[in-house]
Ligand binder design. Structure first.
Ligand code: FO1
Length: 337
């Protein structure tokens, strides 16, 4: 086992599996993986392209969705924010004429206030997220994709919008013409992620079924990440967020259509071409499995409950193991055909 003493005081062992995760859909598979891989065998890297400053607070939606989901604190209806939430803060804010387009529950508010306070005191987002995970009793290692600001910008017919303005404020209404990830080229990918991707002990990298353009692209836009994935000794497996031409959750299919991309699992596989070794799609997309440029695994990819999440996680890891053993048998370091 490759043990090292990282400078950030992190754990002394490299993870076995790295999961790249965005919003709600991705967090569900991350939860399934965390039930199979105990402790720090699993590293979950959360998108921070959706982060924004709001009411003077630093909000990190995808990071919080991962934290709440793994701690079983997530609101089961919305997928974001906390369960058993109350809204006294929002009611009082409305009374004062404050901005109420972005809903902050009373319990959720504590996360944003404490994170903002600690960022201002000089802590990094990675240190804060690791401490929140510990406080929530989460054994997996959770980290933001970067401690530097990266902001997803949505180019629409109505001009370029900050992500949350587009996603929440305008309910994904405007037609998307393009996406950019402001600050990515100057940002440093989380060193713990880059170390894990370079580890000879890595078993698999899983790109969770999040929106590729909104939630995974920001992670891939960080300098060196695409190369690190292409050079990783472990298989890189992506799980399709599109089933039968429709997004399981959120606006993915609509955005793909507006970007001129066929809203299908095949388009997602093409988007990840060059960095994935395997692609997992749902039984309903069986007919496209054979025409993909990478090895495909067809399964029940729609996660309704916890057992589905664990099942899908198991399927993904078995798939990765098979690709790895096929690759070692064939002796080539390239993508397994
Ligand atoms: N999404 C909404 O559609 N409406 C909201 O009012 C809202 C509030 C919110 C508060 C905290 C948080 O962590 C997430 C929140 N989200 C809300 C979801 C958020 O916009 C998305 O989770 C991501 O940014 C996309 O995955």
């Amino acid at each position: 086992m490759n043990t090292q003493v990282p400078s950030d005081g992190g754990p002394t062992r490299d993870p076995e599996v790295v999961a790249l995760c965005g919003g709600v859909g991705g967090a569900k598979l991350a939860l399934g993986l965390s039930h199979i891989l105990e402790g720090e065998r699993l590293m979950i890297v959360a998108n921070t392209g959706d982060d924004f400053e709001h009411l003077g607070l630093h909000i990190s939606p995808d990071v919080d969705t991962v934290l709440y989901t793994l701690a079983d604190l997530a609101n089961p209806e919305t997928g974001w924010g906390r369960r058993d939430e109350t809204w006294s803060f929002m009611d009082a804010l409305a009374q004062l004429g404050g901005e109420t387009w972005f809903n902050l529950g009373d319990r959720d508010l504590a996360t944003h206030v404490e994170r903002t306070w600690r960022l201002r005191a000089g802590e990094t987002l990675s240190e804060i997220v690791a401490d929140f995970a510990r406080k929530f009793g989460i054994a997996a290692r959770i980290l933001p994709m970067s401690d530097d600001p990266v902001r997803t910008r949505v180019e629409t017919d109505e001009g370029t919008l900050a992500f949350q303005r587009y996603f929440v404020g305008l309910k994904c209404g405007p037609a998307v013409r393009g996406l950019s990830y402001e600050g990515a080229e100057r940002a440093t990918a989380n060193p713990a992620l880059m170390r894990a991707l370079a580890s000879p002990d890595l078993r698999a990298v899983v790109i969770c079924p999040s929106n590729p353009y909104l939630s995974v692209a920001p992670i891939l836009s960080l300098p060196g990440v695409r190369e690190a994935l292409a050079n990783a000794t472990a298989p890189v497996i992506a799980v399709s967020p599109i089933v039968g031409g429709r997004a399981i959750k959120g606006p993915t299919a609509k955005i793909m259509g507006e970007l001129g991309v066929d809203a299908s699992a095949a388009s997602v596989a093409a988007y990840y071409a060059g960095i994935i070794d395997g692609f997992v799609l749902d039984n309903r997309d069986l007919e496209i499995a054979g025409s993909l440029p990478v090895r495909a695994m067809v399964t029940d990819a729609v996660m309704q409950d916890l057992s589905d999440r664990e099942m899908l996680a198991r399927v993904v890891l078995d798939f990765a193991d098979r690709l790895a053993s096929a690759r070692s048998r064939s002796g080539n370091g390239g993508v397994a055909q």
